[in-house]
Design a binder for this molecule. Sequence first.
Ligand SMILES: *Cc1c(COP(=O)(O)O)cnc(C)c1O
Length: 356
Amino acid sequence: MKSTAISALHVETVKQSRIDQVDFDNLDFGKVFTDHMFVCEYKNGSWQTPTIKPYQSISLDPSASVFHYGQAVFEGMKAYKDAEGQILMFRPEDNLDRINKSAKRMAIPEFPKEYFFEGLEALLKLDTDWIKSGAGNSLYIRPFVIATEAGVRASAAQEYMFFIICSPAQSYYGGEVRVKIEEHFSRAASGGVGYAKAAGNYGGQFYPTQLAAKEGFQQIIWTDAKNHEYVEEAGTMNLFFRINDTLVTGPTSDTILDGITRKSLIELARHNNITIEERPVKVTELVEAAKNGSLKEMFGAGTAAVINPIKGFGFRDERFELEDVPNSYASLFKKQLTDIQYNLDADPFEWRYLVK
Ligand SMILES: *Cc1c(COP(=O)(O)O)cnc(C)c1O
């Protein structure tokens, strides 16, 4: 019964906020967390009373399944504040659907929608002072689930914890990004977990990314695990190309994650009468386009940075640089998307979600 579940949210607030200790003009991404967190335990076959409590450490048995078998999934989403002080989110139902899709793949029980929204909205209202209005400011929201059952038997756990923690963020500028087309390591394989935001996918990227950094690249372009013939994603962002005036991105699959920014950009492109092609893109096509000058832009798309323009890429021994273009698609999309997110423009797609 929905109503009993909703009214059961248990809230314990902090005695003293930590907000005065935070320098909101110099935030290190994802390092500072708000006063409260949302926690819900799963045991005896069901999700227990959801709670909001002061942000704090947790205590787990060292044999807890998450430490050994990586049964963990997460999401990344944002809340914004408009000029009137209203709290807004961007397509949050899609994040819930995706964490449940990720959970399913990792044999983790799905989380109930009413618990999620009740908890998330109460948390945002409680920590509202941590959400600053103004361009680029947001609250990065990190829901995640971990397997907490004690014991090293290699099978799906019977106990879990679902959390939501929040971190104030400023607009993210990663500097000029150059990427390496990776032909040895893979991010995801057919039949694997690449479409899920499963913790281990990210742990596995750090080492290849460190190696690429030694060659002067900030990020990796992953290619298909089978033949390294098709480009897939840029680090943990979906990848877009502008070839002449056509926007191109790979199709979602087991190995290309279904990004909410990605699908929003596809709709925005149609709205702007920009031709968009969702199709596999060969490495050779990209190299060819860079050589003949038809590759006008490349960018990554994801919640954290929204759009991250890519300045150049390396493939084997060759390096390619992209010239700045007037009327850049990346700039156009970034403006249109953030104007919708910050309630600065109409929202014909009904993407905004008002926290009442
Ligand atoms: C989260 C993520 C994205 C971007 O998804 P958004 O919903 O746009 O934030 C893209 N690729 C990978 C691998 C991701 O983990």
